[in-house]
Design a protein around this ligand. Sequence first.
Ligand SMILES: NC(=O)C1=CN([C@@H]2O[C@H](COP(=O)(O)OP(=O)(O)OC[C@H]3O[C@@H](n4cnc5c(N)ncnc54)[C@H](O)[C@@H]3O)[C@@H](O)[C@H]2O)[C@@H](O)CC1
Ligand SMILES: Nc1ncnc2c1ncn2[C@@H]1O[C@H](COP(=O)(O)OP(=O)(O)O)[C@@H](O)[C@H]1O
Ligand SMILES: [K+]
Length: 498
Amino acid sequence: MRTAFAVDQIRAAEHALMSRLPEGTLMTRAATGLAVLCGHELARAAGRVYGSRLVVLAGGGDNGGDALFAGARLAARGARVVAVLASARVHAAGLAALKAAGGRVLPDVLAGDETWIAPVRDAVAAADLVLDGLVGIGGTGALREPYSALVSLVNTEAGGQVVAVDVPSGVDASTGQVEGVALRAGLTVTFGAEKSGLLVDPGAEYAGRVELVDIGLVPYLDDPDVVAFGRADVAALLPLPDRESDKYRRGVVGVMAGSHRYTGAAVLAVGGALRAGAGLVKFAGQREPVDQVRVHWPEALITELGGGVSVHDVGRVNSWVIGPGMGVGDDSLEIAREVLAADVPALVDADGLTLAAREPSLLRREAPTVITPHVGEMARLLGVPREHIEAARLEHARLAAERFGVTVLLKGSTTVVAEEGRPTLVNTTGTPFLATGGTGDVLAGLGGTLLAAGLSCYDAASCAAYLHGLAGRVASAGAPLVAGDLLTSLPEVFASIG
Ligand SMILES: NC(=O)C1=CN([C@@H]2O[C@H](COP(=O)(O)OP(=O)(O)OC[C@H]3O[C@@H](n4cnc5c(N)ncnc54)[C@H](O)[C@@H]3O)[C@@H](O)[C@H]2O)[C@@H](O)CC1
Ligand SMILES: Nc1ncnc2c1ncn2[C@@H]1O[C@H](COP(=O)(O)OP(=O)(O)O)[C@@H](O)[C@H]1O
Ligand SMILES: [K+]
């Protein structure tokens, strides 16, 4: 399991650790680790450290200090290092070390004219590696000048590797938010522990690959702010059938999905539930989706609603999946009321969420509930513009979990799972090729089966996101996928986890 922390937590741990160590120890540890990793990058890109070209961007805080000390170490190994000083108060000892090791300082970017631009641009374009030590965890708000001009220049002109020190400048280390410009790194070398903002888009996208340098912080950290499951975490939670299993013990999933207009959603949601290993899937819906489910999934038990047949006629289930393509009319609302009155865990998706935005009492249930909104559905549920949600995924997923008292799986470029009292989970599998119609329906079915098997909402949502993302990667292999491909890939994914 990967763990990540908010800036306050990092600061508190650093404070506790620093009080036991001689001054400067942590920066030495950080800069040493940074220099080693940059050395690897230079060896890979330029063949060797000696003679390679390095540009160090140094801001006025300790982040700049780390970069200058690392630059000094690489200069001592023969790299040609130039520093760009973006503040009048750069770390004095770091700058002295760099100069003593043969590093040079480029023209003054603070002089107030534009004479610095051409030489800095040329140096950045020619560099094998640019080291971003402008701001780290001390950054607040949008980057100010000259930091933002320097970052824009690196983003457009850098010809070699770009390494962010601790955090890409311009990314909020706690939330991954970016106001204005931020540095696009190929590698982020972060110190002590991962920062939450490095795992969540947009920050994660700016960070590139993340490498952790141990500076001895771990014993001083409290519970993580954010976690990410790995294969072993999912393997430990996934229920496997054993000799005692029968279909009822494995879990009966009720699926209420599809409508006259949207029949495919029902087929995909039932498929997701079956392929996730449900003991039994009971499908309830209108005639058209019923016909389609019957053709595609003879394994499902089917209840055609209407004509005096209601949700009660479905009988006992261990969990409900409700929403994909079910419609948002009054009859759908009535069905949603009946389904969500059941005393079993429920996963509410798609149209189910549109109905809940209209009638929030649908989500006030005794039994556990997972909601799986995409950004648009979340915007409706919270009454917040979708851009705000995209910019601050952790914050809005947590807000919805608190407001509705449910587990929230917020879908999109970074899927996050939020539940009160638990660290927010960030899913690290997946591919942008999943952004195609119907993939969310498969996810809903998958999650419903894991709930029926007895996983908690948090675990079911987290495992479903992980498996779904892997299925996306297997199905896509770099090419477009269709939602049905996920169903074909799921057996391989489950086998690889087992
Ligand atoms: N505290 C510690 O124990 C350690 C800290 N380390 C380094 O220290 C960093 C934190 O150092 P600081 O607390 O000095 O903070 P930073 O160096 O991250 O940032 C502070 C500087 O950036 C400026 N700044 C902040 N927001 C800005 C914006 N939007 N636009 C332009 N300038 C902005 C501030 O005016 C200040 O000069 C970490 O990220 C890490 O790199 C490491 O050396 C490891 C140990
Ligand atoms: N840019 C992206 N990168 C990775 N996954 C994405 C991206 N955009 C969407 N997805 C995933 O694709 C799925 C789409 O689900 P959803 O929006 O509900 O579509 P539908 O309703 O058509 O099934 C979700 O699992 C979501 O996390
Ligand atoms: K930085």
